[in-house]
Design a protein around this ligand. Structure first.
Ligand code: GLN
Length: 545
């Protein structure tokens, strides 16, 4: 029977619950256990697919096409746990399902209530992950203890240990131990209050993971242990990591968290094998190259909007032992100031995916700049569509060419809705989504990166390259390097006359891992390193992370 770990958070949001949960999953996997991971989000949207990246960060897409919370990206980058639509539920989905059952008369005339109907539904989705060959299910509860909308989830996980037995459940609570400058000390009271709130609703956490800027003294740990009713060994320090998020699992190991979990749950775990992780940190700490990449997007100032892109760039950096400086450049700024001032000096330019017209012309300008100056370029989804528009306008000579997403009356609809999508009018859940096969052209740059010709990548878009223009583009030197197996949909374009110009309709960033960089990102960063070494000059990025 599978064991269950529940991860809750208190005091403030953004404590890194997703990262901590992913780290725990990774450590248990590296001890030979089969882990499944799940996030339950208290917000009412049915999924994050319709939420603005400003509000919620990127929408993370799984193989099965489900649009999920970005924490699932951490799960996938840190673990090998298979992720499906069962791995992310929201209050909206839970209620929707209960209301649909009510409409079908499944509750036999009973009054439908939060307890037991909503809580039963929640317990059902947790149990679903425990089916099959699995040793541990890790369920992260979104939000912060004390939020009104978290209550049904907390009540459900409280009941869960009554259902499956206390010995099969472990509650880990992530809190903040802030440092107060004026007092010159760490404060444990917020943690005490947060645990107090949990205990009021019947959950006694087994382990406290305490986020902190400074090391917590034994005295403070003893205080937390006493007031929060946990043994001293279960007060785990998780100190801020300035260097890399990939240090988090190792610091949890230093504080014996994996041992504690294994002991408490009586898991038949092997010894910990962290060779890959230590190797990646060694690579990060000992770079042999240095380069800078400009990411030109709509939400430049919002880090989480392109979370997986930045992660995938980091992974490619780790792969090449390169220290990457990534500048986030807002495409609207390029419209105002021109690419020359904002993009000069970068070794590579990446234009990510997106929706909406704002900043489109800036992206097109950035791509022109990359194409004309031989700067390595990677275009992703909308980034590929903009590359097609740029090439159509400036190389093929199709004035006012556009995507019908932005200009319905363009004389040259290079990007448009295909017939099957045209029929669909609803906004939510109407896109071409999830893993799709793609066939690469032998000898293409993309095929060289992947080292094979048949690949599967994740999609999330409505618009496509308009096949009417395929021949004309080919005549001007644009190569269609990848298509759907029936050749109907253009998935990859390349410019062979350019040092490295590849654009893809799918989202490779979702399949990159710190221990295994994505082939296209590795290819792109490799080309950027080459450019940097041949230029041999140092640059000062406008803004860097
Ligand atoms: N807006 C474009 C489309 O719907 C691109 C989507 C994306 O970049 N994810 O096709």
């Amino acid at each position: 029977m599978a064991k269950h770990i529940f991860v809750t958070g208190g005091v403030v949001s953004s404590l890194g619950k997703g990262l901590t949960s992913a780290s725990i999953g990774m450590l248990l996997e590296q001890r030979g256990l089969r882990v499944r991971m799940q996030k339950l989000d208290p917000y009412i949207n049915v999924d994050p697919g319709t939420m603005s990246p400003y509000q919620h960060g990127e929408v993370y897409v799984l193989d099965d096409g489900s649009e999920t919370d970005l924490d699932l990206g951490h799960y996938e980058r840190f673990t090998n746990s298979p992720l499906t639509r069962d791995c992310n539920y929201t209050t909206g989905q839970i209620y929707l399902s209960v209301i649909e059952k009510e409409r079908r008369g499944e509750f036999l005339g009973k009054t439908v209530q939060v307890i037991p109907h909503i809580t039963n539904e929640i317990k059902g989705v947790i149990r679903r992950l425990a089916d099959g060959d699995v040793d541990v299910v890790i369920t992260e509860i979104g939000g912060t203890v004390g939020d009104i909308e978290s209550l049904p989830f907390l009540e459900a996980i409280r009941q869960f240990s009554q259902d499956v037995g206390k010995e099969n459940c472990l509650y880990i609570h992530l809190t903040l131990v802030p440092y107060l400058k004026a007092a010159g000390e760490l404060k444990t009271k917020p943690t005490q209050h947060s645990v107090g709130l949990l205990r009021q609703i019947g959950i006694q956490p087994d382990i406290l993971v305490c986020r902190t800027e400074r090391s917590i003294s034994r005295e403070d740990r003893e205080k937390i242990a006493l007031f929060c009713n946990v043994p001293l060994e279960a007060v785990i320090e998780e100190k801020d990591k300035d260097f890399s998020i990939y240090e988090v699992p190792l610091s949890l190991v230093d504080n014996h968290l994996d041992q504690l979990i294994v002991k408490r749950l009586g898991l038949a775990a092997g010894t910990l094998d962290l060779r890959d992780w230590r190797d990646l940190l060694h690579r990060l700490r000992n770079p042999e190259h240095e380069l800078s990449i400009a990411v030109v997007g709509k939400y430049a100032e919002h880090f989480d909007a392109y979370k997986s892109i930045y992660e995938a760039l980091d992974h490619a950096g780790i792969h090449h032992r390169a220290q990457l400086r990534v500048a986030r450049i807002q495409s609207e700024e390029i419209e105002r100031e021109g690419p020359m001032r904002l993009l000069s000096g970068y070794d590579g330019i990446l234009v990510p995916g997106g929706f909406g017209e704002r900043g489109i012309e800036g992206k097109v300008d950035a791509i022109r700049f990359a194409r004309q100056r031989g700067i390595p370029f990677l275009g992703i989804c909308l980034g590929m569509q903009c590359a097609v528009i740029e090439f159509g306008r400036n190389v093929v000579g199709l004035a006012h060419a556009h995507s019908t997403e932005f200009d319905k009356d363009t004389p040259y609809p290079l990007i448009c809705l295909l017939d099957e999508q045209r029929k669909i009018t609803d906004k939510g859940g109407t896109m071409r989504r999830g893993s799709q096969p793609c066939v690469l052209q032998p000898g293409s740059r993309a095929a060289a990166c992947y080292g094979r010709e048949r690949i599967e990548e994740r999609h999330r878009h409505r618009y496509e390259f308009n096949n009417v223009f395929r021949q004309q583009f080919a005549a001007h030197g644009l190569v269609v390097a990848g298509t759907s197996p029936d050749r109907a949909l253009v998935e990859v374009i390349e410019l062979p006359d350019h040092p490295w110009f590849v654009a893809v309709q799918f989202h490779p960033e979702f399949k990159s891992k710190p221990t295994k960089a994505h082939p296209l990102f590795a290819g792109f960063v490799g080309a950027a390193i080459e450019r940097h070494s041949t230029r041999g000059e140092r640059i000062q990025p406008v803004e860097s992370t």
